[in-house]
Design a binder for this molecule. Sequence first.
Ligand code: GEK
Ligand code: PPY
Length: 243
Amino acid sequence: MNSSQDTIYAQPADQIADFQFDSRVAGVFGDMIRRSVPGYAQIIATIGDFAHRSVKPGTRVYDLGCSLGAATLSVRRQIEGRDCEIIAVDYSESMVKRCQENLSAYVSDTKVDLIQGDIRDIKIENASMVILNFTLQFLPPEDRILLLQRIFNGLKKGGILVLSEKLRFEDQAIQELLDAQHLDFKRANGYSELEISQKRSALENVMKPDSMQTHETRLTDIGFSHFSTWFQCFNFASMVAIK
Ligand SMILES: Nc1ncnc2c1ncn2[C@@H]1O[C@H](C[S@+](CC[C@H]([NH3+])C(=O)[O-])CC(=O)[O-])[C@@H](O)[C@H]1O
Ligand SMILES: O=C(O)C(=O)Cc1ccccc1
């Protein structure tokens, strides 16, 4: 997936507007997420591997908050010939447009239903896999449990949820240490102090990470009895839950 270099926060701005998945972000998103999220490429590849193992013939896969379609493409490559359907959803018009172009660049016998809409309005049924790859953190915190409950209800027995998120830590010393490591990762990927601090302000009101304790309690409360973190680097983690 080609993508221009992210320079969105490179120039000083008088006022930093709340972060939005608009056309500017969509145009550089591949570069932005690779340079901002440690382990992103491995997580995308492993989502494909999970799909290969867990997606059953004749079922559906949901990619909720699909952005440019990276997870959908990774899954689609791994489930050819299974008569499955992938439902990929994003509410950003610009993301969906670019996602459609990315999906059309490869041939596949697996149908992808790409929907521009709110993931809170999507009916989930006959699912053997649901992917929330860094999307739940953008929902208002009070809406998260309801979405997860609807995902649980729509999953077939043995179906899996892959939930990747930035984490918040209840322990202040750990929060500061892992946050500092993440900032070093961004610096090493070429982001300036200005870019880092302006993006941080833009995200403040928009992205509210939960702690691992909150994730675990919520998954248990909605009925998942099998789940684990399968990946973590600093303050970014990916969990897998099995119904
Ligand atoms: N309520 C909502 N309804 C629909 N879409 C939404 C909603 N809230 C946010 N989004 C969409 O969720 C995506 C989150 S990015 C996911 C990366 C992708 N999963 C990836 O594997 O590359 C994560 C990040 O930027 O850190 C954006 O495209 C939003 O438009
Ligand atoms: O950039 C950050 O600091 C993040 O937390 C990750 C991120 C990546 C892409 C869009 C929004 C947030």
